[in-house]
Design a binder for this molecule. Structure first.
Ligand code: SF4
Ligand code: FE
Length: 489
């Protein structure tokens, strides 16, 4: 099988029986659950667009492992052009879903692990890279969704994994057997986890030599015994249970965040890609984070396009689009959004080949990209709310608009331009609410802040990667403190 259809993907999910909880109850059928289904629809879009000839160039790639055509979400980047196409693919999907489509964490984990396992093997004589290549062939051949799984529970933040009173605060190896390892712990904020076929675990952070049990990377199928999943709730999530479509805002799509508990889970050796190599944890974490910081220069820009469109539409519907300050606010939103895109493209274009052969983004520029992402979507959301006016948080519910007695009155007073149906105004205001305050705001705003590392994580990297001494020398040369070797005429 080269490329799966959305239907085949849904069938896969139905076949996997997992222990999933939401609102204190076990979920037996997650595929048809009204709160979960929109997030599955977002992922299904990654399959659908890969089969569309119009998007073939950005949605598919040729595997360096098998030479076959594969979904770009399972690709090991072979050039800077591949890195650029990844960002374009993510922008496209952000536009089409108006939400987080969840498949990028796996892609970013593949590329980080592919290069890191190669370098671990070179240094330690291990065989992780061959194992990982075999795993990637399986992923590509079956067109799988894999959840890249990094963030631990982390207990007391002032203590490192080895110092925690509860060692399970960070996922770790509790037993090594002849046939594999047993792990225990919990990974938080797992985007799209129960919509995935597989989980690919990585350590949370740089580790010290005496923290070998926490330096572990492996992959398991979602339905592995011992795995327990708890669904994260999101603002306005129960609107999906009300039965209508207007108040949801984004009718078909949404994101998903999950708490994943590893309750003494067995992993066979052929699925272990790191076990105790603490000296490579920094490399793995930085590369994964770097790729994911690049990703946001695509996905958030795509969702930003949808938000700009909603702001423009509501201005038209409400009769304010000719006001100069509204036009200027829309221009400002575009300026901010395209600046983010510039960052995503720049860190991709400046990528470099790794020792393993796949391409890594420019880490400094990827961190700059993500640092801007922690700010600009918030400003864009502020501008969209400014343009929308206050009705998106004071508007009566869909049911009031449909009520036989008060409905006509509510519609009469909710009307704006005579040639615009009241329901269009309702829907557009609800979409703005969804993107800036509701379920999609989790992906568009909070994840922009904390996903792929909170703002301070990027500032630490920027401080490390920028050569300030070089810049100081430039200044000293210009003002004559240093001799200028270039002046030889
Ligand atoms: Fe992909 Fe963006 Fe969602 Fe991360 S936040 S999984 S990059 S869509
Ligand atoms: Fe993310």
């Amino acid at each position: 099988m080269a490329l799966k259809t959305p239907q085949q993907y849904l069938d896969d999910l139905r076949r996997m029986n997992i222990e999933l909880y939401m609102f204190g109850e076990k979920v037996e059928n997650r595929v048809d659950h009204p709160i979960i289904r929109p997030s599955i629809n977002s992922l299904a879009m990654t399959y659908k667009l890969a089969l569309d000839p119009e998007y073939e160039d950005i949605m598919t790639a040729t595997s360096n492992l098998t030479g076959k055509k594969i979904n770009r979400f399972t690709h090991l980047h072979q050039s800077t052009d591949d890195l650029v196409k990844k960002v374009k693919m993510q922008r496209l999907l952000g536009q089409k879903t108006g939400s987080c489509f969840q498949r990028c964490v796996g892609l970013d984990a593949f590329n980080a692990l592919y290069s890191t396992t190669f370098e671990i093997d070179q240094a330690h004589g291990t065989e992780y890279h061959q194992r990982f290549k075999k795993y990637m062939e399986y992923v590509q051949e079956n067109d799988l969704v894999v959840d890249g799984c990094m963030t631990d529970a982390r207990g007391d933040r002032s203590k490192s994994p080895g110092q925690q009173p509860d060692p399970d605060a960070y996922l770790h190896v509790v037993e090594r057997r002849k046939d594999g390892i047993v792990v225990r712990g919990c990974k938080l904020h797992q985007t799209g986890l129960v919509n995935s076929h597989e989980i690919l675990v990585m350590p949370n952070n740089s580790l010290k030599e005496n923290e070998k049990d926490w330096a572990v990377s492996f992959a398991i199928p979602l339905d592995t015994p011992g795995m327990i999943y708890v669904y994260g709730r999101q603002s306005c999530d129960t609107r999906r249970l009300e039965g209508g479509t207007v108040d949801i805002g984004n009718v078909h799509f949404g994101g998903q965040e999950v708490m994943a508990i590893f309750n003494d889970v067995f992993v066979p050796w052929e699925r272990v890609f790191m076990d105790g190599e603490t000296d490579f944890t920094t490399m793995l974490v930085e590369r994964f984070a770097g790729y994911h910081r690049q990703s946001y220069g695509g996905c958030k820009v795509g969702v930003g396009d949808a938000l700009i469109g909603a702001a423009k539409a509501i201005a038209d519907y409400q009769g304010t689009s000719n006001a100069s300050h509204i036009k200027d606010k829309l221009v400002e939103m575009c300026h901010l959004n395209e600046t983010l895109y510039c960052c995503g493209i720049a860190c991709s274009s400046e990528g470099q080949k790794t020792a393993a052969g796949n391409y890594l983004i420019d880490l400094l520029l990827a961190n700059i990209c993500k640092q801007n992402i922690t700010r600009f979507p918030y400003e864009m959301a502020r501008l969209a709310q400014d343009i929308a006016g206050g009705f998106f948080v004071t508007m009566p519910s869909e049911k009031d608009f449909e009520h036989p007695v008060i409905g006509p009155l509510v519609k009469k007073y909710a009307a704006s331009r005579a040639d615009v149906p009241v329901e269009h105004r309702q829907r557009m205001l609800r979409l703005i609410e969804n993107l800036t305050l509701g379920t999609a705001a989790v992906g568009y705003l909070t994840e922009s802040m904390h996903g792929a590392g909170s703002p301070q994580a990027q500032r630490i990297m920027i401080g490390r990667l920028v050569n300030l001494e070089h810049r100081k020398q430039l200044a000293e040369t210009l003002c004559g403190i240093r001799e200028n070797p270039d002046i030889d005429w």
